[in-house]
Write a protein that binds this ligand. Structure first.
Ligand code: ATP
Length: 238
């Protein structure tokens, strides 16, 4: 299969990593995201807060182009994603990865942890180039898992260990942006700090940007550089 032709990035040195402008997401008559605009710099953490149903998940789905927005622009690394076809988006998707709230739900129950972490590289056809087994082993170690954890299935790990595996899976494609959808709220309070410290260390080491859906004011204060808040589909504070 030939490689899709992607328009070259038009990114100036001082452009943000992510520039979202006038984003609109509708479900029939419901406007879930109503002209939302924000930017995110490389290496920065932006918290997205707001009550249930205000449009946070719809916003991040549209940023990730998992659901195409009804209007607005999502410029990532200088490319306007909404203008790209699915095929043109494919090579860019690894650079923006989600980490979900439910650590078990984001990993297939039928795959061993090592295979779940490896899968994105296999799907992208980069298994050999990326040094497959060594890369997966290095990532498991980096997120604080033992080699033996790689042989287990998700239900054989704790929630915290499973979330660490989900983070390893997100990192295997060398993303620039992680979209963290309440990544610690389903975890036992005693393991939350460990996962947050891991995310903070990875950000410092790899220069990752985080778009972080979070309700916990203490976590937001400690973890985020900036916060934006949504109500009824709109941004109310910056
Ligand atoms: N697939 C869908 N079909 C119809 N309406 C939807 C759909 N998904 C979300 N909505 C509606 O869009 C609005 C925003 O939902 P969204 O899930 O984005 O909010 P949220 O802030 O992420 O909520 P939560 O914190 O509970 O996850 C809500 O009114 C919701 O009912």
């Amino acid at each position: 299969m030939s490689t899709p032709v992607i328009p070259p990035p038009r990114r100036a040195a001082d452009d943000p990593l992510l520039d979202v402008r006038d984003l609109v997401v509708r479900y029939g008559p419901v406007t879930a995201v109503d002209h939302v605009s924000f930017t995110l710099e490389a290496g920065e953490t932006l918290a997205l807060d707001g009550p249930s149903g205000c449009g946070k998940s719809s916003t991040v789905s549209a940023v990730l182009q998992l659901r195409r927005p009804d209007a607005g622009e999502v410029r990532f690394e200088g490319r306007e994603l909404t203008a790209l076809t699915e095929r043109e988006l494919r090579p860019l998707r690894p650079r923006m990865q989600p980490v979900f709230q439910d650590p078990y739900g984001s990993l297939s129950p039928r795959h061993r942890i090592r295979d779940a972490v490896a899968e994105p590289l296999r799907v992208q056809g980069r298994w050999d180039d990326a040094g497959g087994p060594a890369r997966v082993a290095e990532l498991l170690d980096r997120v604080g898992l033992e080699p033996a954890h790689g042989d287990r299935f998700p239900h054989e790990l704790s929630g915290g260990q499973c979330q660490r595996a989900g983070i390893a899976r997100a990192l295997v494609s060398e993303p620039r942006l992680l979209v963290l959808d309440e990544p610690v709220s389903a975890l036992d309070p005693s393991v939350r700090a460990g996962v947050l410290n891991l995310l903070a260390g990875l950000q410092e080491e790899l220069g990752l940007a985080y778009l972080f859906i979070c309700h916990d004011p203490a976590v937001v204060r400690h973890f985020a550089d900036r916060t934006i808040e949504m109500r009824d589909g709109r941004l109310v504070a910056g």
